[in-house]
Design a protein around this ligand. Structure first.
Ligand SMILES: C[S@@+](CC[C@H](N)C(=O)[O-])C[C@H]1O[C@@H](n2cnc3c(N)ncnc32)[C@H](O)[C@@H]1O
Length: 204
């Protein structure tokens, strides 16, 4: 992977994801998590302060040892009961139907095989469980999509594998989920980077 991917990208992710505009999404989506919760791509742990007391057990999964070490540092201060697993969403090391809530925030863009990862999330969720998500992805306007398609090959090389052009709604539906809630729209910033999908879905 190399110095840039292993050490510099995690520091950049931690800084970029602290953006104040994202806090509104975190505070809107994360408190709905309950029971046995799995957070995919836990990153530097920026969602942790937003979980409610309805969480029985929280597992944070991420392939980056550097980001997981940042979570551990913060946990010392928060003392929340969180189990961290170094691993990939394409092979979630949990049993089928063993989770009540799966959380993913700005992570489906970076997972190399997002289809496979979503099928894994579907597998570990119990029937009636919830997938809570906030993601950026494919925009509705063709001119913005044109830029997303052209920028993605370069962007993913510098941005930790981040794709700008993933069709988040289609990916989630195709993995066997139905939406309880789906909201989309732009936040402040360049359009190819800022079209958001936020909501909740259940295994069909
Ligand atoms: C833009 S960051 C978002 C971090 C965090 N979810 C947040 O909201 O601040 C993308 C995250 O996806 C993680 N990631 C990349 N590939 C992954 C994979 N195959 N499985 C799980 N997580 C992955 C990265 O390590 C990183 O933590």
């Amino acid at each position: 992977m190399g110095l840039y991917q292993d050490h510099i990208v995690p520091v950049l992710i931690n800084l970029a994801m602290r953006r104040q505009e994202l806090v509104a999404y975190r505070s809107h989506v994360i408190p709905a998590a309950e029971g046995r919760v799995l957070e995919i791509g836990v990153g530097s742990g920026l969602n942790l302060p937003f979980y409610s007391r309805n969480v029985e057990r929280l597992v944070g999964l991420d392939p980056s040892p550097k980001l997981l070490s940042m979570v551990r540092r913060n946990l010392k201060r928060n003392a929340s009961p969180v189990e961290l697993i170094e691993g990939s969403a394409e092979a979630i090391p949990l049993k089928t139907n063993s989770v009540d809530t799966v959380v993913t925030t700005w992570t489906l863009c970076s997972i190399p095989d997002a289809d496979c990862a979503l099928r894994e999330m579907h597998r570990v969720l119990r029937p009636g469980g919830h997938l809570l998500f906030v993601e950026h992805g494919r925009a509705p306007e063709s001119n913005v999509r044109w830029w997303q398609d052209r920028l993605t090959p370069v962007w993913k090389r510098i941005g930790g594998g981040c794709h700008l052009n993933r069709a988040i709604q289609v990916l989630i539906e195709d993995a066997g989920f139905q939406f309880d809630r789906l909201e989309t729209g732009y936040i402040h910033g360049p359009n190819p980077l800022t079209f958001m999908y936020e909501g909740s879905a259940r295994p069909r």
